[in-house]
Every structure is written in structure tokens, then in C-alpha cells.
Write a protein that binds this ligand. Structure first.
Ligand SMILES: C[S@@+](CC[C@H](N)C(=O)[O-])C[C@H]1O[C@@H](n2cnc3c(N)ncnc32)[C@H](O)[C@@H]1O
Length: 282
């Protein structure tokens, strides 16, 4: 099925920090956009017809040229950063790049947004003043993260070119000491959709052990004044994380429902980043 996405004029928003409201009319919060290599098709989840839209390569490239559709993806996390990080006392380092550590990053859909938020202040404008280190046990996600977060887009291969400012590691975030490429200290830790409470993939007690270790590892790597941004699918999942954070020197400066997340009553909603915690290290 081929369905054209209504045109959006991104230019008019280029001076502001918020993505267009219209974005939300046409896309769901956690837009999922990827190129299917074999078929060389692009598929776009959740366009305004509420379903999966598949474009042929030619159609997709044309759309890409017209609108840079990737710029429309992941908008919700941008707005969340704008509101919540600006409520903290976090200060960008003056004489060196910002170091960000994204633990259990999956495909790290937020990678380019983090880069531009902490480096340039314009959504999707790439900054070389941000170093991002992402780690996840799922090697397929890590490969995808590498390509999805590159600065340049190569229309020949229909892939982004991996960025030298982003290092993605297929590895275990409970054992950060095994990866010397990850800096000892970072300015920002990001953990999206932590799994402390577990789920069907975990044995009883296992998730708590793994995730308390992952989160503790992140907090320990924070520089003084650094922040950890931790999001949850459900508010209830934030409770054990808050208890854990109490054991570290610093304070929770953001602890609230994310106003930009889609309402849970919306039957097509994806429960992304429903609840957000930000911890500021002393
Ligand atoms: C709910 S997903 C969230 C992924 C991503 N942060 C996001 O928000 O889309 C949880 C992720 O934790 C990863 N994970 C689980 N245990 C891990 C570990 N010990 N080290 C690194 N990643 C882990 C999984 O592979 C999965 O990608």
C-alpha cells in the first residue's frame, strides 16, 4: 500500500526548539522509521491512516528529498528534553565536548536528538561537540543504532553513515568496566524505558538485580553536576528506581508524568517515556 504523507513545512520551524504541532497529527509519538534493506523499501509505522505504510524505494527517496522524513521522527523525546532538562541545574562544559552514556540503548532512536539537544540546540542539526556512547546486549539493535544515528545520509545505500562521535557497543551494561572505550566519567546518562520491574523475559528477581546494577553503573559514572535521564513505560516502574537513587549523593530534580507522552487511553498510543526521572549528581 502506498500512501503519501501530507506535506509539512519544516523550514518555518527551524528557528524554534519545538517540532511542529502538526507532527503529532500525522505521526505517533515514537515514530518508527527504517529502511528494509532486502526489499529496499522504506516502511513507516503509524502514518495518519493508523497503519503501516510501505513505500517503494523510488517513492521513498522522493519523499526523503522533499521532506527529510527522518526529521519528523522521535519528536516526542525532543520536547521532553527541552522541558525537563531545562528545569535542572545542568551546565554544558565550556571547553570540551559533552559526554553522553546511553545504557541499554536498543536502537538508540534518541541518538541524533541527544546530539543536537546538547550540542547545537536545533533539532537534528548535528554537532561534533557531543560524544555519545551507547551499549546494549542486543547486537542487531546496536548495528541499527550505528546506521540510524549517523550524520550524513547516503542515498545510494539508503543508510546513514556511522558517525565518529557515536560509539555503539554490543555488550552488557552491568559490566561497564569491560569496555575501556566508555569514559570513566560522563556528563549525561540516558536510560530509556528501564526494566527494573521486569516482565515476561525475566526470571523472578532477575530484572531487579540487572537493572539496579545498570542504573548504579550509570550514576557512578556521572561527573559532579551531571544528570541521569531515566524514563519508564509506567509510573509504577519509577518507584524502585527512586529508592535506588536515594542511595547516591545528589537529588532527583524531575519526577513526573511526561506531559508529551501520548495519553494511555488513546488506543493507538505507544506508552513511550510515560514517566520521567532526572537525577542530578552532587
Ligand atoms: C525496553 S528496551 C529499551 C530500549 C531503548 N532504551 C528504548 O527505549 O527503545 C530494554 C533494553 O535493555 C536491553 N538490555 C537488557 N539487559 C541489558 C544489559 N545487561 N546490558 C545492556 N542492555 C541490556 C535490551 O536488549 C533492550 O534493548
Amino acid at each position: 500500500m502506498t500512501e503519501k504523507v501530507p506535506g509539512l513545512d519544516l523550514e518555518q520551524y527551524s528557528g524554534g526548539r519545538h517540532l511542529p504541532d502538526k507532527f503529532y497529527d500525522y505521526f505517533y509519538p515514537e515514530e518508527d522509521f527504517e529502511v528494509i534493506d532486502d526489499a529496499r523499501q522504506a516502511r513507516i509505522w503509524g502514518s495518519d491512516n493508523g497503519g503501516l505504510t510501505v513505500y517503494t524505494e523510488a517513492e521513498w527517496l522522493e519523499l526523503f528529498r522533499q521532506q527529510d522524513l527522518e526529521k519528523l521522527a522521535s519528536g516526542i523525546f525532543w520536547d521532553t528534553l527541552v522541558k525537563e532538562v531545562n528545569r535542572t541545574n545542568f551546565k554544558l562544559p565550556e571547553k570540551r565536548p559533552v559526554d553522553i552514556l546511553d545504557l541499554a540503548c536498543g536502537r538508540c532512536k534518541e541518538g541524533r536528538l541527544l546530539n543536537s539537544f546538547f550540542g547545537s540546540e536545533e533539532p537534528f542539526e548535528f554537532s561534533d561537540q557531543v560524544n555519545l556512547f551507547g551499549i546494549d546486549t542486543d547486537s542487531e539493535s546496536i548495528e541499527s543504532a550505528q546506521y540510524a544515528n549517523g550524520e550524513e545520509f547516503d542515498v545510494e545505500t539508503a543508510k546513514r553513515v556511522p558517525s565518529k562521535n557515536m560509539v555503539f557497543i554490543a555488550g552488557d551494561a552491568t559490566r561497564l568496566e569491560d569496555y575501556p572505550e566508555i569514559p570513566e566519567q560522563v556528563d549525561v546518562v540516558v536510560i530509556r524505558h528501564q526494566q527494573f520491574v521486569g516482565g515476561p523475559d525475566y526470571l523472578p528477581g532477575q530484572a531487579e538485580e540487572i537493572w539496579s546494577q545498570i542504573i548504579s553503573n550509570g550514576i557512578k559514572r556521572l561527573r559532579p553536576g551531571g544528570i541521569a535521564i531515566i524514563t519508564c513505560y509506567f509510573q509504577i516502574e519509577s518507584e524502585p528506581v527512586k529508592k535506588l537513587l536515594e542511595g547516591f549523593s545528589g537529588k532527583i530534580v524531575v519526577d513526573e508524568k511526561n506531559e508529551f507522552a501520548r495519553d494511555r487511553d488513546d488506543e493507538q498510543s505507544i506508552l513511550d517515556d510515560q514517566y520521567i526521572l532526572i537525577f542530578e549528581k552532587e
